[in-house]
Design a protein around this ligand. Structure first.
Ligand SMILES: [Zn+2]
Length: 298
């Protein structure tokens, strides 16, 4: 039995239009002490206790943003697709799109923060059929090249490389590489955020006079990696660079007070960060209901 069915799409007014946050469900990354390293088990457990979270599981949401900008429908990351490698409760993106009344054929752009399984796994079916057939696919070139490298198939990265190849190579002729700082789609700027992967990228969305920051995997966890930003993550390609990038960008977000969406934060992952002690603290934004009229007009 599935213990968690994911959440309904959330429509949030944003500048001249709206963003929709779609749930891909949740993944279970296992025991926190196997995921977060470089800090003591006591530090991890005390933070988890403080947030009323279990100390033996790492349950992470997958919050996917759909941005309506200048007539384009732009989707950020695609979840884990049909893969069950991180539990049976993810891979709901297509169902969430149906719930939101969005036809996947109408998606103009799929933007990838990086090439890990839980971000590119929903671009194609397991048989390599594109699920967003009319979309250009945007990704950092370094990430694309590394994670589709067939010489890594037998390495510890092999499983991730297999998934990246299955999802990215069938749409190779639709892939566009963005550069750091570039506005590569209307209202979408890339910000290089290396460490988690070499080409990991965050995005600033702008609409009217508002901005929204998509953190990708700068912080896998809303409590542990904000309150203990110096912690390492076993999935990080370069953990020390990931720490430096995390602190630099969350400093910027705390300073600017910009709203953000954390891909792996508790649904819908929308909120702000502020500095607290030696790290940061996440403040979720209250959820408002009944924005359906916006969805019809976006
Ligand atoms: Zn991730």
């Amino acid at each position: 039995m599935r213990e968690y069915q994911g959440a309904s799409p959330l429509v949030r007014p944003f500048g001249d239009a709206a963003v929709v946050i779609l749930s891909d469900g949740v993944v279970d990354a296992g025991n926190p002490s196997g995921v977060f390293t470089g800090v003591s088990k006591h530090q991890i457990d005390s933070r988890l206790h403080r947030h009323f979270l279990p100390t033996d599981r790492t349950v992470l949401d997958e919050n996917i943003v759909l941005f309506f900008s200048s007539g384009k429908r732009i989707l950020f990351d695609t979840g884990i697709g049909g893969l069950q490698m991180l539990g049976p409760n993810a891979g709901r993106l297509q169902e969430s799109l149906v719930q939101a009344g969005i036809d996947p054929n109408t998606i103009d752009a799929v933007v990838c923060s990086h090439a890990h399984t839980d971000h590119v796994g929903g671009i194609c079916t397991e048989n390599g059929v594109p699920l967003f057939p009319n979309a250009q696919v945007y990704i950092n070139e370094t990430d694309f090249t590394f994670w589709t490298d067939e010489t890594l198939l037998g390495s510890p990265h092999g499983e991730m490389v297999t998934v990246a190849r299955n999802n990215l190579l069938p749409v190779r002729d639709r892939i566009v590489f963005f550069r750091d700082g570039q506005e590569f789609l209307p209202g979408v700027h890339a910000m290089s955020a290396p460490g988690h992967t070499a080409g990991h990228t965050a995005f600033t969305l702008t609409s009217g006079d508002q901005s929204l920051f998509l953190t990708g995997d700068l912080s896998l966890h809303h409590a542990l990696l904000l309150e203990l930003p110096q912690a390492h993550v076993t999935f990080d390609q370069d953990p020390q660079l990931a720490v430096e990038t995390r602190i630099k960008i969350f400093d910027m977000l705390a300073e600017s007070k910009m709203a953000l969406v954390g891909y792996h934060f508790p649904w819908p992952g929308l909120g702000h960060v502020a500095k607290e002690g030696d790290g940061f603290r996440y403040f979720p934004e209250p959820i408002r209901w009944n924005f359906n009229s916006l969805l019809r007009t976006a």
